[in-house]
Write a protein that binds this ligand. Structure first.
Ligand code: ADP
Ligand code: MG
Length: 405
């Protein structure tokens, strides 16, 4: 698929922007702070309904300069061309309210947009995926799981709702602790929530394992390309359920143990039973802490380089190569997922400000790898940062204006 038209109203620094795009590589070139990332962020938002930069949507609505009227919302429109037919997507981000969405001019739930425009973004912020808290790595798996099977978006939404409600019950149980009758009734209410959480969490975990099994070979080959064959990478699912049951994590060197753990996690019914048992054992501690202590929300995607955790051990350069390899692997995995997607599964690849931080050898390796992608949108500060392999359409971005050469 590719994006043939994009229009933005009051999104970030853009008051109104209309762009026509072609398949193949397109570069957006301009000095820092001119709106290059804002532009690709809009494309990524239409694909995932979230930004790779901020948590809150309010930052996405243009802040009018003092003295002019402040827009209440932003509108993003995209025409996506699949093999058979184009689809027009529209999303309205309204400050402080729920988004509104349309497909081919008909109203729909925002969630229905998911999976129509598929995009994979690699940006300098992705270093955090390797370096920081597990939340970003879970999100990587969850976004891919939704891209593979859009129906999973409702499981994810349900999962966060149940987590929040169960956490608030645990907190009120902590407050009501002094009375024995209070504790008994809390435990029976908790068991109802345990069952609901176990049900959605087990489905989410199975979906993540499916993603990881598809992703892993591509992570290995992409890392080899971008690191120019330095060390071997291993990506494994770290399950809080498994760590609770075996009181610890498997040895990173023993791939078979990780493999067995993952195999067992593919069966949602069995995992739901195990989760309920673990929660029952943890009730006391959960009430003490006022928090949900086991389940999909405490899991991680563990990344090892040469047998050592990438987080905390790998060098800056290795972490960067790994972050890039994860996104390239996501791209490869999605484009090879026509079996679940049914149709034109090729995602749009977005490389935001990537080439300047690569040495010549890695730059060539990456450019060669992506040169035959159906559509690549890339940003760079100067023309010289656009590799020759990715010569195609070129726009200059300056002061919120985008001009074609
Ligand atoms: N909601 C917003 N309203 C107006 N301007 C914004 C908004 N969000 C970001 N900007 C502006 O966009 C610019 C950054 O654009 P960005 O796309 O990140 O630049 P770059 O070209 O370096 O990628 C900054 O000048 C910032 O002030
Ligand atoms: Mg930028």
């Amino acid at each position: 698929m590719y994006l043939s038209d994009l229009s933005l109203d009051n999104f970030r620094s853009y008051k109104d922007l209309v762009l026509s795009l072609s398949p193949g590589p397109t570069a957006f070139v301009g000095p820092n702070g001119q709106g290059k990332t804002n532009l690709v962020e809009a494309v990524a938002y239409m694909a995932t309904l979230s930004s790779h930069r901020v948590g809150a949507d309010t930052a996405l609505v243009r802040r009018a300069p003092p003295g002019s009227s402040q827009p209440q919302g932003a509108v993003l429109r995209a025409k996506v061309v699949h093999t058979d037919r184009p689809t027009v997507l529209e999303i309205e981000i309204i400050a402080g309210k729920a988004n509104r969405a349309r497909i081919n001019r008909g109203n729909c739930r925002p969630r229905d947009l998911l999976g129509i425009l598929r995009a994979v973004v690699f940006a300098p912020e992705d270093l955090a995926v390797v370096r920081e808290e597990p939340g970003l790595r879970r999100r990587l798996l969850d976004d891919l799981a939704v891209a593979l099977r859009p129906g999973l978006a409702s499981v994810l939404a349900e999962h966060s709702k149940i987590l929040a409600q169960r956490a608030s019950l645990l907190k009120s149980a902590r407050a009501a602790r002094s009375s024995a009758t209070g504790t008994r009734s809390v435990i029976s209410t908790l068991e109802v929530w345990d069952a609901q959480l176990a049900d959605v969490a087990s489905r989410l975990i199975a979906a993540r394992i499916e993603v990881l099994r598809r992703l892993r070979p591509w992570v290995e080959s992409s890392y080899e390309t971008v690191s120019v064959g330095r060390s071997s990478v291993h990506a494994a699912y770290r399950s809080s359920l498994d760590a609770h049951e075996r009181t610890g994590d498997p040895d990173p060197q023993r791939k078979e143990t990780w493999h067995e753990t993952e195999e067992a996690l593919r069966d949602p019914a069995a995992v739901a039973v195990r989760l309920r048992t673990a929660m029952a054992q943890l009730h006391e501690r959960e009430i003490d802490r006022g928090a949900n202590l086991v389940g999909a929300h405490r899991d991680d995607l563990s990344l090892f380089l040469g047998g050592l955790p990438a987080r905390g051990f790998a060098s800056h350069g290795e972490q960067w190569s790994l972050a890039l390899a994860l996104r390239l692997a996501s791209y490869e995995m999605l484009r090879h997922s026509a079996d679940t997607y049914g149709g034109d599964s090729e995602p749009v690849l977005i490389l935001d400000d990537v080439f300047a931080s690569l040495d010549q050898q890695r730059r060539r390796a990456l450019a060669k790898m992506v040169a035959n992608a159906q559509q690549v949108l890339l940003t760079a500060a100067v023309d010289a940062d656009v590799p020759a392999e990715l010569n195609g359409a070129r726009f200059h971005v300056l002061g919120g204006k985008v001009t074609n050469d």
